[in-house]
Every structure is written in C-alpha cells, then in structure tokens.
Unconditional design. Structure first.
Lengths: 234, 267
C-alpha cells in the first residue's frame, strides 16, 4: 500500500480553482520532487494533503488514514514543514522542539529533542530564540519539528528556499539519510535539485498534474531543464 | 530514530496540556506579561483608592474595589486575548499547529484556559488589598472570596469576546480594539448615563416591540440591563454566588470560546 494516496483532489478559493483534479500516490522510499511555477497549486495541494485545508472534493490518505475523516491519526504519521518554516519565534529551539514532542505525545520527549537537535545539527543554537536565528538555521528548525517523531510521511514546502549552497547540501544530506524509510514530497523551484535529491518528479501547473514520472525519464526530456519546465507548464 | 512506526496517535489530554503550558509560559516570555500585571495591579488599587475612596468609606469591605473590575477586564482581557489566534496567523504557526495531531478544539481549549489562568494571576496579585482590609478591619472573608470568584468569571466572559475578535484577524491591534469595544458596550449597559440614553430609546413603557414577518418580540429595558457586566458582578461583591450571573459569565466565556473555535475551524 502506498503511504500517500491522493485521488481527484479539488480546491477553490472563491472563483479561483487552485487545485482542479490532482491524483497521485507515493510509496515508501520515494522522494517526489513537486515542481511548478508560483501559484500552480503546489502549496495548496500540500495543505490539502496535510489536513490544513479541507478539499472541496476528492481524498487524501496518509499511512492508511484519510486526512479528512481521521485527521489526528493521519497527522500523527505526518511531518510537515510549511513554506517559510514558521515557528514560535519567542521560544528557544529546544523549547520549540520540546513542545512539538509533547504535543505529539512522544515517549521520552527529552531524548527525542536531543536526537533531533543532533540529527539537524542544531545543538549549538539550541538555547537561542528562534527569532534570532539566521535563515539557514530557521529552515533547519522547521525541518527538525517535521522529523522529530520520525514520521512515515514527510512533506516539505520549499525546504531549501533562500539557503546558501552549503546549507542546501546539508538539508539534502539529512533528507537522503532518512529517505529510504519514508515517503517524501519536496516542493521546489530549483530544477537542479531534482537530479540530486528526488527519485520521481511531479510537475503541477494551473492546478493540474502535467507530468508524473521517474527522475531518469524526466532528465531525458532534454538537456536544458529550464526549457523542459517551460514547455510542461505553459 | 529507527522505525517509521514510532509515531503514536497522541492522547487527547497530552495535546491540550502541551498547548496550555506553552501558551501560559508564552505570556511570560515577553515583557508584555509583566507590564500587564503591573498595569492591572496599579489600576485596580488606585481606582479603588482615588476614585472609589475605599479608605474614606471607613467600611472594611472590597465592594468599591470590585466596582471597577468590569472596566479593567474590558480593557485588559482583550489585551491578553488578542494574541490567541491573531499571533498564530501572523507568524504562520497556525499551519503548524493545525497539521500537528491535535484537534482545533483541543488547541482552542488549551489556549483559552491558559489566557484565563493568566488573568487569574493578575487577580491574585491584588490579594494584598484583601489582606490590608483584613488587617485594618474585620471584613466578611466569605464576601471577599465571592467577590474574587465573580471577578474571575467576569474576566472569562471578556476573554470569550476577545477570543472571537482574535480569531477574526491576523492583527493583534485590530483584535484588541474590536474586543475592547465589544466589552466596553457590556460595561456601559446599566451604567448611569448610558442607562438614561437607553431609557430614552425605550420610552415611558420601558419596552420595545420588535416585529419581523409576523414574529414579534417584546424587549424590555430591564432585559438589556441584565446584560451589563457590573449588574452581574454586583451580587458576587455582596457575597452572593447566584446561579443567574454565574450562568451569564460562563455562557459568555464558553460561547466566545466555541464561536472563535468555529471561526478557526472554517479557515
């Protein structure tokens, strides 16, 4: 059974149909690159998948639990970092992660926090307020709260946005380490990331899936990925 | 971190307590809490002394101290409650909170009780006032306790209104101002000048008939007066814990909590 099953999702904001009819599924071990221009419906699809928004039609199933019908169980198996990695700015990194662990009802939250700080290389800023961190650290804090419970499904909305090359490398390294055991969806603008990070590519434009194929096939579409992207999303 | 089946479905209570603890501690993470507590204390005591002339009255009772509490809560409950949801929206953390395994109701209850508890702390800090009265005279301690209970319930009612205001906007300032105005109306209802205005509107009969498509409702001035905060707090300051004012405060508090939660749920 696939860890993520999305079928015929639809969502409108007033007259704007942000997601028209999106279906796909993701198996364990897959890292899906979610590509598409701004406003294509990537973030909305992620918000529907994580249960933040309710779909107008269609369904999203995470680890066997329907997100609309059984949201708490679905969310327990889900790690999500929204765009811009929001966090409670006045808390320290350790307090914030501790809160995430306690809210999720994890056994031995202190140990989980320590493990996650280590995994995401946040130990040196653990005592700092999130608001005082640089963008690179902030993104890692967002990532850390998403993996603290070692979820089966990981959904990251532009996790490398605004990071410098070293920081991007760092995030990719952590993702690769854990990818084999999870179903991962990563949205990105950066086409080069596809080759380094993903096993599969889904291109979304105007609320529709334009392409859903393995990384290898996607890379064979042309030498200039920007050109490929423009054609697919036109 | 070895197995992907390690994510339990958390107990409902765990999420509630985690939110409550975070929110309560959150007040003290910024200087705001201390400013708030100081302002509340300063106003509560100076209003009682300089406006209420509690000292000159020569009676060992706190009714002149509680007299100004509806005004204080109308101002300070929205100040404390403005951040409930507005801050989550501004920081974008609402998207985190609501994609964690917690229902909107658990989160809303945790937030609301944390804020109410914080207002309770503000009230507790005024206890030296009660001790002073006890030292200087021989007041009825039961009456003082019931006054404090009433004031705490009144705070909850104002907080309920503030929660609705906070759920509607991402700006704490707008949440505060709307919350304050709504509470302010409830303070004014039943007060001297406003009561006269109301009497003018109702005319000599003291009642107005509202008609709509054959349905008619008879509204009396007395019924409006009953909505006033002081009208409901007054019995408590006299030592009466009555069912009607208690129900009034609790209804306002929990209706506000419920409505604000529905607003957040409909995002």
């Amino acid at each position: 059974m696939a860890l993520i099953e999305v079928s015929h999702l639809q969502k409108s904001y007033g007259a704007i149909r942000a997601v028209k009819d999106v279906s796909f599924s993701v198996e364990r071990g897959e890292v899906v690159g979610f590509l598409g221009p701004n406003g294509a419906g990537k973030s909305t699809t992620m918000k529907l998948l994580t249960g933040y928004l309710r779909p107008d039609a269609g369904s999203a199933v995470v680890a066997g639990f329907d997100v609309t019908e059984n949201p708490v169980a679905a969310k327990a198996h889900l790690g999500y970092s929204p765009e811009g990695a929001p966090a409670y700015g006045e808390m320290t990194v350790r307090e914030f992660l501790r809160f995430a662990a306690e809210l999720r009802g994890l056994a031995d939250p202190a140990q989980r926090v320590a493990d996650t700080l280590k995994l995401c290389r946040l130990e040196e800023v653990a005592g700092q307020a999130v608001d005082t961190l640089s963008k690179g650290y902030r993104m890692r804090v967002g990532f850390a709260q998403a993996v603290i419970h070692d979820p089966a499904v990981l959904i990251l909305d532009e996790p490398t946005d605004g990071l410098d090359p070293n920081q991007k490398f760092e995030v990719r390294r952590i993702l690769k380490d854990m990818a084999a055991r999870k179903a991962v969806i990563v949205s990105t603008h950066i086409l080069e990331e596809v080759g380094e990070l993903c096993t599969r590519v889904i291109v979304i434009a105007q609320g529709e899936v334009r392409c859903d194929e393995s990384k290898e096939r996607f890379l064979k579409r042309g030498a200039d990925l920007n050109q490929v992207f423009r054609q697919l999303t036109a | 971190m070895s197995d992907t089946s390690a994510s339990p479905t958390p107990r409902a209570g765990a999420a509630f307590w985690a939110v409550l603890r975070r929110e309560f501690a959150g007040y003290f993470r910024t200087p705001l809490a201390y400013v708030f507590l100081a302002v509340f204390n300063a106003f509560a005591i100076s209003l009682a002394f300089f406006v209420g002339n509690i000292y000159e009255a020569g009676v060992a009772s706190l009714d002149r101290f509680f007299l100004y509490h509806p005004w204080l809560w109308a101002f300070l409950a929205p100040a404390a409650g403005a951040r409930l949801w507005a801050e989550e929206r501004r920081q974008g953390t609402i998207e985190l909170l609501l994609t964690w395994p917690v229902t909107v109701w658990q989160a809303a209850l945790g937030k609301f009780f944390a804020a109410w508890l914080f207002l309770g702390c503000a009230l507790l800090i005024t206890l030296p006032m009660a001790f002073t009265v006890c030292y200087l005279g021989d007041p009825d301690v039961g009456v003082i306790v019931s006054g404090y209970v009433g004031s705490f319930l009144c705070a909850g009612a104002c907080l309920g209104i503030a929660a609705i205001a906070s759920a509607l906007t991402r700006s704490q300032v707008i949440a505060f101002v709307t919350g304050f105005l709504a509470c302010f109306v409830l303070v004014l209802v039943g007060y001297g000048v406003f009561d006269e205005l109301l009497a003018g509107a109702f005319g000599p009969s003291g009642q107005i008939e509202l008609r709509w498509r054959g349905v008619s409702v008879l509204l009396t001035q007395e019924e409006i007066r009953r909505l006033g905060l002081w009208r409901n707090l007054e019995p408590f300051t006299l030592g009466l814990i009555d069912l009607r004012p208690t129900a009034y405060f609790l209804t306002a508090a929990f209706a506000g909590l419920g409505l604000s939660t529905l607003i957040v749920e409909r995002r």
